[in-house]
Design a protein around this ligand. Structure first.
Ligand SMILES: [Zn+2]
Ligand SMILES: [Zn+2]
Ligand SMILES: [Zn+2]
Length: 195
């Protein structure tokens, strides 16, 4: 359901509305009161009965419930944390957010659950070592620091001093020594020759 009229006679088109999670706070505008709308001073407080992704929006002078869930309104899933229960699922295995205790891993196309995250990590690690096929990775004078354990290239924007790092793929520790490529500056000895 993308949009439904809110049947509440207390609401007027001149009210201001703020969102606090899935709670909607309404208050009549008052030029003499510049304080923020809060639970204490709101005229009307509403939460959608069944869908936590619904928020109130004034459309042509009437208040509607509008879905803040990207997928409900036909958009690709993004990084938003406001999703309806149906779509608030791990983008990898589909487990519902309600079934997970604690936090999840954010993703550009929806979050992933801790066990999918761990599985992906293990997969990446195995892939890296398989690629090496028992050989030692080439770690000398490379464009990016390369993990000497698993061969993963670490795309670091700028490392200008020797440092140590933990590989995000294999979690192995390693040291980075920065190699400088020489460049040259010259100045005239004696008098400048022009011809
Ligand atoms: Zn949805
Ligand atoms: Zn999952
Ligand atoms: Zn590594």
């Amino acid at each position: 359901m993308a949009k439904t009229l809110i049947n509440d006679k207390r609401l007027t088109p001149t009210m201001k509305r703020i969102r606090s999670g899935s709670t909607q706070l309404f208050r009549e505008e008052n030029p003499n009161n510049r304080s923020f709308i809060s639970n204490e001073n709101a005229d009307v407080i509403l939460t959608h009965d069944t869908d936590k992704a619904m928020y109130a929006e004034l459309i042509d002078g009437e208040w509607y419930w509008v879905s803040g869930c990207a997928e409900c309104i036909g958009k690709p899933r993004g990084t938003s944390y406001i999703e309806c229960d149906e779509h608030d699922v791990c983008s990898c295995c589909g487990i519902s957010r309600k079934e997970i205790e604690g936090s999840v891993w954010g993703g550009r196309h929806g979050w992933i659950c801790p066990s999918c995250h761990d599985a992906k990590k293990l997969e990446a690690r195995q892939r890296a070592f398989q690629k090496l096929n028992g050989n030692e990775p080439d770690t000398h004078y490379t464009d990016n620091p390369t993990c000497p354990h698993c061969g993963t290239e670490h795309d670091i924007n700028y490392v200008n001093e020797n440092t140590t790092l933990e590989c995000y793929v294999c979690e192995g520790g390693f040291e980075i020594e920065v190699n400088w490529t020489p460049s040259y500056t010259t100045t005239v000895v004696g008098e400048r020759l022009t011809h």
